[in-house]
Write a protein that binds this ligand. Structure first.
Ligand code: COA
Length: 388
């Protein structure tokens, strides 16, 4: 299918942002994207904005037009909500609108404010992405749900507590030089294993944090890019989205994520490539086990094998397939509605060569993003390729 050039990207620093609202955060990210693209708000035909818990954290709904306003844009604007996959889905909506020939310039991305809530409030708010009738009433939280998946993975495939820890160590290491990351701090396997338990087998460092942040990207049609002499270097060449039953107990397997498998198949077919073509990946490591599940769903590892990837050094900056060079959700941070857009922003820069970790993949031509909602009841996968 037609490729959709990424004219510009931007994101805020992720982490604690004090009194800043999500509209301010998106405004900053969008401003950076306009500067990066050499475009102005007047060029934008439509906006898709990802946000998950605005009603809880900011008493704010109807945030599509609000986000557009913060970006200085007057155009149709819609909020897209798919839990932690909200802005991945916003990106996909933008791609589809351009491919349909309906519009030429779409501003996509998202924002979330979380750290104004207590951890208990944030945990309860995030749990709304699970099945309210069955899971939440049983006391499920997201650290709890993913820890069930981790324990089941150990039971079915093996792997160790230390293998999980290596994933966190790698992603913290990748974030050290990334000034936009929440935690620019290296950690050791001992730090991870000895940290306070959140929900066994997870300790503090197996979890992504609560974060504030915004992300944005400007997607354009090829004709618009050519007519305006933009010369974008990276395009989205494949996109896929799929879903699964919301509640873990309704799934056939707790160690496979079919929503991601199907989204990946669709994105690969759309781009005309396969898993062997991928040079670099940004995946949804909301908990350490989630990175292993993502790599298997994307077909980058066989079932039961990705748990050892970080331990073997295969997915680190110097490895065969660097994963989460941005620091991932674990260390870059996870303001949920902004995360999918941030994956696009970071991967675009990594592929263009202007990310602080670009040197780790200087010959990279093809990258993939994997953005999941809930326990992967929704998933968006996008393929990005160097086009110039
Ligand atoms: N990784 C590393 N450090 C973290 C961290 C994390 N995930 N979360 C908090 N910290 C650090 C803080 O920076 C702080 O350090 P400091 O004292 O040096 O400033 C310290 O740990 C305590 O922070 P606090 O916010 O009090 O932690 P907490 O115990 O209240 O919460 C978690 C920690 C892991 C429970 C919380 O981050 C969490 O719930 N994460 C999961 C979020 C989630 O479910 N997202 C959706 C995924 S689907």
């Amino acid at each position: 299918m037609e490729r959709v050039p990424i004219a510009g990207v931007g994101m805020t620093k992720f982490g604690k942002q004090g009194q800043r609202t999500s509209r301010e955060l998106f405004g900053e990210a969008a401003g950076k994207a306009f500067e990066d693209a050499g475009l102005s708000p007047d060029d934008v035909d439509e906006v898709f904005f990802g946000n998950f818990m605005g009603e809880l954290a900011e008493q704010q709904g109807h945030s599509g037009p609000l986000a557009a306003d913060a970006a200085g844009v007057t155009a149709p604007a819609t909020r897209i909500e798919s839990a932690c996959a909200s802005s991945g889905a916003a990106v996909r909506h933008g791609v589809n609108r351009i491919r349909n020939g309906d519009v030429d310039v779409v501003l996509v991305g998202g924002a979330e404010r979380m750290t104004n809530l207590s951890t208990a409030e944030g945990t309860a708010g995030l749990a709304a992405a699970a099945d309210a009738l069955w899971e939440i009433k049983s006391g499920i939280t997201f650290p709890g749900a993913y820890s069930l998946m981790a324990n089941r993975y150990f039971h079915e495939h093996g792997g160790s507590r230390e293998d999980l820890a290596e994933i966190a160590v790698k992603n913290h290491e990748h974030a050290v030089e990334n000034e936009l990351a929440q935690f620019q701090r290296a950690i050791t396997v001992e730090d991870v294993v000895e940290a306070p338990t959140v929900c066994s087998p997870f300790g503090l460092y197996d979890c992504s944090p609560m974060s504030d942040g915004g992300s944005a990207a400007l997607l354009v049609s090829e004709e618009f890019a050519e007519d305006h002499g933009l010369g974008p270097e990276v395009a989205i060449t494949g996109t896929g989205q799929n879903g699964d039953r919301l509640a873990l107990q309704d799934r056939v397997s707790m160690t496979r994520t079919p929503a991601a498998e199907r989204a990946a198949e669709q994105a690969y077919e759309d781009a005309g490539i396969g898993p062997d073509d991928i040079d670099v990946a940004e995946v949804h490591d909301c908990f350490t086990i989630a990175e292993a599940l993502a790599l298997e769903a994307l077909g980058l590892y066989e079932e039961g094998e990705a748990i050892h990837a970080a331990t073997n050094g295969e997915t680190s900056a110097g490895g065969e397939l660097p994963v989460n060079l941005s620091g991932g959700l674990k260390a870059k941070g996870h303001p949920v509605g902004a995360t999918g857009g941030a994956q696009i922003s970071e991967l675009t820069k990594i592929l263009r060569g202007d990310h602080v970790n670009s040197d780790a993949v200087s010959d990279a031509e093809v990258g993939i993003t994997h953005n999941a909602g809930g326990t992967v009841a929704s998933c968006v996968v996008n393929v990005l390729e160097v086009i110039a």
